[in-house]
Design a protein around this ligand. Structure first.
Ligand code: PLP
Length: 365
């Protein structure tokens, strides 16, 4: 196919495979979503929506509401149909891309799609932020866009604000644009929005897909300088945020109280699942400041398939650098989490049973 850029034909697909299961814990969604009374209100507002008309060009009404909610100048707010689309636009704008490794795959995937030079600095032992190595990378060559997810995906780690701040300073001095992807900030002890306000070299990316429970609506936003926002907005398709999406998110922003409640429940459950997994003989969960847990197992394929057979869908992460044996489980409702824990411990017993059988067969003790 000569009509298309050859590198695109050779690129692998986005690494996600859909699977059916009774209990879906594979995409870091909220188990809760909009409360029933808000759903009813949304249904009646949707009934009045003139779907024969285009929505606003760049979801300006929603951007204005987000600006109010976040205390951010409206000209610096960019709304997209999912923060993924904003990442793609940022990469399209970038001279080059700097990342950490492992990381949220969409930064690297976008860079390869768009042909942007890409470099990733490995996290240190224990998923620590490699500050010195990143500072060195920021000091070398021409500047570009540096993505840092904090809390970090896919590990769930949280990088201390002082350490992130020192990277922001280096990035600004070297004229990089640093984007802190705060997709999970509601689950963490702190965020960087205040530091970013008025700082031209720093942007904050957020989404309605996680704590807000609106993954199906598809909406995310960037808080940046007016100059950066204008460039990113121009790279997003006009009229790209569907009117029903804008309506749903505007309604959620009128009633943000439900989010804190959902976050509190998820945090409590996350800490419970983490603690209960400590009794697992072969799986080790890492501490998390998100709505998911990264778990090191002896064999990610076996863990994934074993859980799936018991009706629990999780996500394999063992294809990522430094994550051999890793799976990721999203925190669900208490009932869903119990089903996951039960399946995890059953698998351990079955594994032990199999080992014992083969020991008996070979006469070992
Ligand atoms: C770190 C991070 N950024 C961005 C996204 C994408 O979110 P959205 O649903 O807004 O496209 C995700 C989704 O999992 C994520 O983990």
């Amino acid at each position: 196919m000569k009509a298309l850029k050859p590198h695109l034909l050779a690129l692998p697909d986005y690494p996600y495979t859909m699977a059916q299961a009774l209990i879906k814990l594979d995409q870091n969604e909220s188990p809760y979503g909009l409360p029933p009374e808000l759903k009813a209100e949304l249904a009646s507002r949707l009934a009045e929506l003139p779907l024969n008309r285009y929505p606003r060009m760049h979801a300006e009404t929603l951007a204005e509401r987000i600006a109010d909610f976040e205390g951010w100048p409206e000209a610096g707010v960019v709304v997209g149909p999912g923060s993924n689309t904003i990442i793609f636009a940022l990469v399209a704008a970038a001279q080059r891309v700097l990342d950490v490794s492992p990381s949220f795959v969409h930064y690297e995937h976008s860079a390869h799609l768009l042909g942007a030079p890409y470099r990733a600095v490995p996290l240190r032992e224990g998923f620590e932020l490699p500050v010195a190595e990143l500072q060195e990378a920021l000091g070398e060559g021409e500047p570009g866009v540096f993505f840092l997810p904090n809390p970090h995906t896919p590990t769930g780690a949280f990088f201390a604000p002082e350490r992130v701040s020192s990277l922001c300073q280096t990035a600004a001095a070297a004229e990089w644009l640093m984007i802190i992807d705060e997709a999970y900030y509601q689950f963490a002890p702190a965020d960087m929005k205040r530091q970013a306000l008025g700082e031209a070299h720093l942007g904050i990316l957020r989404t309605f897909s996680k704590a807000w429970g609106l993954a199906g609506a598809r909406a995310g936003y960037l808080l940046a300088s007016e100059e950066v926002a204008r460039v990113v907005r121009n790279l997003l398709p006009p009229f790209g945020v569907p009117a029903p999406t804008a309506l749903a998110v505007e309604l959620a922003l009128e009633h943000p109280g439900y989010v804190a409640e959902a976050v509190e429940k998820v945090r409590r459950e996350r800490d419970r699942v983490y603690l209960e997994l400590k009794a697992h003989p072969t799986w080790r969960a890492y501490p998390s400041h998100t709505n998911f847990l990264l778990i090191r197992t002896p064999d990610a394929a076996a863990a994934y398939q074993g859980l799936l057979k018991k009706g629990v869908l999780v996500r394999r992460q063992d294809h990522l650098p430094g994550l051999a044996g890793a799976i990721r489980v999203t925190i669900g409702t208490p009932v869903e989490n119990d089903a996951f824990l039960q399946a995890a411990f059953e698998l351990a017993r079955e594994e032990r049973g199999n080992e014992k059988e083969s020991e008996d067969a070979t006469g070992e003790d």
